[in-house]
Design a protein. Structure first.
Length: 393
């Protein structure tokens, strides 16, 4: 068995990314966001921009050349990317997550993890988790995957089909959730290079929003992977959450909140300019001068200020070693994504038909922000857990 890395949680070591750099990235990504939405292609040019700025390896430990960013800085960068083009942010969030958490990829065999980390520092090495299946649905709600890893002389052969595979055509690595063909199956993560034999990407993603995530189906047909690329497989019972092991859930909750909050901020900024510039002839003044418009715009800012406070406070706590627990973190996700959707809906109320025209970005922002509802854990799971906790059950 290969040695594994034991790395302390990353903390900020290189200083924050200058705000001017983040503002430039937001603007550059926003300039082509409509094009990627219409084409539904992987936003490769956006990752070239992030690579130029050294941001793909932001959460990699400094001893491997990375930025060593903590929670607050990682989310700050992710939010800037999301304000420009949120599909790029959703793909990036997965790679950030694998390097930010010492209990996740950093417990994999040393030589494998270091390869991925150094690729990310060099601007590549994008990795995504492939978990959802047509029959199983989301594994968050239980069940063994149909995707099977069979023993071979050289390692494993993986066969199965994954759906909603975010980043599919642009990833370097697939972290595939599969079960073994052993008499007592184990289940877990098999790391598969995206260019391996037997991998087919079926163009199934034609979605309402977040279209450039290219979340297609990925089919594995006896795809070979080395024995040591079964990087984390366990008995099913051993995957039960352990007390205090909340880093993955916390990262997911705060990152999803940040990405869709970024969408809402982009909608808000466009709306502000539209309302200041729109002067109906029967009014003789900008819509922004109307008290009713000011009231509703104030509501938007109040909703988004709540989001900012919740996210930044939770991230600061995590950097100080006191991250919120699962119920609190997921409650933040529920509130932040609900606020983001409502903020964009108010924009549509204020604009009417122009807001739903594809000539204006508000229509795209609305389609994108609605996708916040599909990410696990979904609202019913979050609220039941919060209610049970409140009742002490």
């Amino acid at each position: 068995m290969s040695a594994t890395l034991a790395i302390a949680p990353t903390v900020p070591t290189t200083g924050p990314v200058p705000q001017s750099v983040l503002d430039s990235i937001t603007a550059r990504l926003a300039a082509t966001a409509e094009s990627f939405d219409r084409s539904a292609e992987f936003p490769a040019a956006n990752f070239d921009i992030l690579a130029e700025e050294g941001l793909v390896g932001l959460t990699v430990s400094p001893h491997l050349g990375g930025g060593g960013a903590g929670w607050a800085e990682s989310l700050r960068v992710l939010g800037a990317v999301a304000r420009g083009e949120p599909s790029t942010a959703l793909i990036l969030f997965m790679t950030y997550g694998y390097h930010a958490q010492p209990t996740r990829a950093q417990s994999w065999p040393t030589h494998i993890y270091e390869t991925l980390a150094r690729q990310a520092v060099a601007g590549g090495g994008l990795i995504g988790g492939l978990r959802v299946e047509p029959e199983l649905g989301t594994p968050v709600r239980g069940g063994l995957p149909e995707t099977v890893a069979r023993r071979t002389a050289g390692g494993w052969a993986i066969s199965g089909r994954k759906i909603y595979s975010t980043g599919s055509t642009g990833l370097s690595w697939f972290a595939v959730w599969a079960r073994t063909d052993e008499p007592e199956p184990r289940v877990g993560t098999f790391l598969v290079a995206a260019d391996s034999p037997g991998v087919t990407i079926a163009p199934a993603w034609d979605h309402l929003g977040m279209r450039a995530t290219v979340s297609h189906e990925v089919v594995f047909d006896a795809t070979p992977t080395p024995a040591d690329h079964a990087v984390d497989i366990r008995k099913p019972a051993d995957w039960a959450p352990k007390p205090g092991d909340t880093a993955l859930g916390f990262w997911n909750a705060l990152a999803i909140s940040t990405i869709y909050d970024g969408v809402a901020w982009s909608a808000r900024d466009w709306l502000r300019d539209y309302l200041k510039g729109r002067v109906p002839t029967n009014l003789g003044a900008a819509l922004a001068t109307l008290p009713r418009v000011q009231e509703k715009f104030g509501e938007i800012d109040a909703l988004l200020q709540v989001n900012r406070t919740l996210i930044e406070t939770a991230a600061a706590r995590a950097d100080a070693g006191d991250p919120p627990g699962a119920v609190e973190a997921n409650s933040i996700k529920f509130v932040a994504t609900s606020n983001a959707i409502r903020a964009v809906e108010i924009g549509l109320e204020l604009t009417g038909n122009p807001g739903l025209s594809r000539n204006n970005p508000l229509e795209r922002h609305y389609r994108d922000v609605l996708c916040s509802r599909i990410h696990s854990p979904q609202n019913d799971t979050i609220l039941v857990a919060a209610g049970r906790a409140a009742f002490g059950l």
